[in-house]
Design a protein around this ligand. Structure first.
Ligand code: PLP
Length: 378
């Protein structure tokens, strides 16, 4: 598969070799269960705790505020379920943006069917949430506000610090969660500065393996434990730890610490080149969402009159991977709930594709994409 052109880095990223080598030590040699009593298991235990310290440090959290999960989906589920049903609540009000990842939307719908009220706040056509809409939706019984940091389809970045401060000003008892899964590769995340209570991250968007993530839980946040059956994660999330995944995630953070800004610049350069080439070669297209305040690697673009599924399949035939939206829904013919929430025209939605560059993509790959696109469209 070496001649694949992979422009779907928002779906997942390749496992970095350096990270894999670090993980291998804990898959093949130090394979002990960290909960066992003998000396051998201490290697795994120490590796987990060092990783926790490293990752929490990176987002300016305390070590005991970071809990490993199986990924972003689980962290998002924990945030919502842990404040509502698991807490023994039978009702209450939740505020979400209408263009959250399905891990949030579907969990909220589940809660809606069990007696909770959910208000979905629409972004504007550019892909931004107005803090006033969030604040106006707050009620006496609002338990939680959840606003994603970087949208996974259009890449727009929300001003989480300001939105959170307005929510807290209106009612400091409301728990504020942000899904920062797509933000980790792009932004410097400082949970203390943002003043959020809960924050979800995931490893496989930053070249760590799939199946590892974490939920930051600010000290004092009244959230119920999530998985029962063992004392792992201080009894809050039971189950033998994914030691290699945790170590890999930590290594990915080491690399981000050094390379994040450089990677962002590389992705910006790729996107600018792409946009220039598109402008030179095509007329009937529209970029969905703002190009300002948008994650560096992301483009969501509609080629008018070109059906997105046909385009994705034709590109696939040429070995080019692009997406019709989020990875979780890309197998479906349904239009994107993100673009629907942004009130994007039906015709644009039918042809909207997501291209997400990684820092390892090249200008030459973009040239190949342009040639392929011309052939397909003609
Ligand atoms: C914004 C966002 N939240 C949550 C997730 C789910 O994360 P994971 O794949 O680690 O379960 C994703 C993955 O695409 C995402 O983009």
């Amino acid at each position: 598969m070496s001649n694949i052109i992979y422009f779907d880095n928002f779906a997942t990223t390749s496992l970095n070799e350096e990270i894999f080598n670090e993980m291998k030590k804990f898959l093949i040699f130090n394979y002990s269960n960290p909960s066992s009593l003998y000396e051998f298991s201490q290697k795994s235990r120490v590796a987990i705790e060092k990783s926790r310290e490293n990752i929490s440090n990176y987002i300016n959290a305390e070590k005991n505020e970071l809990f490993f999960t199986s990924g972003g989906t689980e962290a998002d589920n924990w945030a919502l379920m842990g404040l509502t049903l698991f807490k023994g609540r039978k009702n209450g009000h939740i505020i979400l943006t209408a263009f959250e990842h399905s891990a949030i939307i579907e969990t909220a719908k589940f809660l809606e069917n069990r007696g909770f009220d959910v208000t979905f706040i629409n972004p504007n056509k550019e892909g931004f949430i107005d803090k006033k809409d969030i604040v106006d939706a707050i009620r006496e019984d609002t338990i939680l506000v959840s606003v994603m940091y970087v949208n996974n389809e259009v890449g727009t970045i929300q001003d989480i610090k300001t939105i959170c401060s307005f929510v807290k000003e209106k009612n400091s008892n409301i728990v504020f969660h942000t899904d920062a899964v797509q933000a980790l590769s792009e932004l410097e995340i400082d949970v203390k500065d943002l003043n959020v209570d809960l924050l979800s991250i995931s490893g496989h968007k930053v070249h760590a393996p799939k199946g590892i993530g974490a939920l930051y839980i600010k000290t004092g946040t009244d959230i119920e434990n999530f998985i029962f059956g063992g004392s792992q994660e201080r009894s809050r999330r039971a189950g033998t730890e994914n030691v290699a995944g945790i170590v890999g995630f930590s290594k990915a953070i080491d690399i981000l610490r050094i390379k994040r800004e450089e990677n962002v610049s590389k992705r910006f350069a790729l996107r600018n080149y792409f946009l220039k080439k598109i402008k030179e070669n095509f007329e009937n297209y529209k970029i969905n969402g703002s190009i300002e305040n948008r994650s560096s690697g992301n483009i969501n673009i509609s080629f008018l009159g070109i059906d997105k599924e046909m385009l994705i399949m034709s590109m696939d035939f040429k070995g080019i991977c692009i997406s019709g939206g989020s990875a979780c829904s890309s197998g479906s013919v349904e239009n994107s709930h993100v673009l629907t929430a942004m009130d994007i025209d039906e015709e644009l939605k039918n042809s909207a594709i997501r291209i997400s560059f990684g820092e390892n993509n090249t200008f030459g790959e973009i040239d190949e994409f342009i040639i392929a696109l011309k052939e397909i469209i003609s």
